[in-house]
Design a protein around this ligand. Structure first.
Ligand code: FPP
Length: 228
């Protein structure tokens, strides 16, 4: 099987999943957080190098404060429960997005996990937090401008200065819950990405479904605009 090096997931449908069973939206996010562990372990087992998860977008600040506060408490819940296991499985934690706007407690918990796992060399599990794809491109350009008087830039300049500069381009993007949109997730990084959309809500998206998605990816012919 041809294992993608970099998989990105838009973990959508926590709210709808909860509503279906008359539970508050927060319960969907809670179970969705447990599911991050399941899918990360599966990705690690399969030999995926980087798994980038859209946990909080720059647009998610539009949600009610109560929901935002709850989402911001989830990294602590996640790492309290699973950091030990992530260490055992050699998984490294990293983030993309502007963490500085997050509550200080959330930032601290995340920094601790990044620090503790920084020498692990299995899967790199990247949380996109306060992340927006357009913003990512703008900050890359600003970074380039900072480095001297520039009259023109290349694609490589952007690639070298964008948040994912240390990772390969995204090979496969999965979106759960059957909405067909990118929602300002990785924009620069998806020029030749393969997409898989599933009707499954994120809390129900299990390891077997992830494996099926990898199998489907593996059967696709990627031509990158050329001929076979
Ligand atoms: C989309 O569902 C999901 C989110 C906006 C949040 C996703 C976050 C997690 C699963 C937790 C992340 C975990 C850590 C450790 C940071 P939705 O609320 O848009 O669902 P809906 O479209 O059905 O309303």
């Amino acid at each position: 099987m041809n294992i993608p090096q970099h998989v990105a997931i838009i973990m959508d449908g926590n709210g709808r999943w909860a509503k279906k069973q008359n539970k508050p939206r927060s319960y969907g996010h809670f179970v969705g957080t447990d599911n991050v562990r399941n899918i990360a372990l599966k990705a690690n087992e399969l030999g995926v190098k980087v798994l980038t998860l859209y946990a909080f977008s720059t647009e998610n600040w539009k949600r009610p404060k109560e929901e935002i506060d709850y989402l911001m408490s989830l990294p602590a819940v996640f790492f309290d429960k699973f950091l030990k296991e992530l260490m055992e499985k050699n998984i490294r934690i990293e983030t993309i997005g502007d963490l500085s706007a997050l509550p200080i407690k959330t930032i601290n918990v995340i920094h601790k996990a990044i620090e503790k796992t920084k020498n692990n060399n299995g899967l790199t599990l990247v949380f996109a937090l306060n992340y927006g794809g357009r913003n990512d491109i703008v900050q890359a350009v600003n970074e380039i401008i900072k480095n001297g008087s520039i009259t023109s830039i290349t694609e490589q300049d952007i690639t070298n200065n964008i948040s994912t500069k240390n990772y390969p381009d995204v090979d496969l993007m999965i979106r759960t819950s059957l909405d067909y949109r990118i929602s300002n997730f990785l924009l620069w990084q998806i020029s030749y990405t393969e997409f898989i959309f599933t009707d499954c809500y994120w809390p129900d998206f299990n390891g077997d479904m992830f494996l099926k998605a990898i199998e489907e990816y593996s059967n696709r012919q990627r031509r990158f605009g050329g001929l076979l």
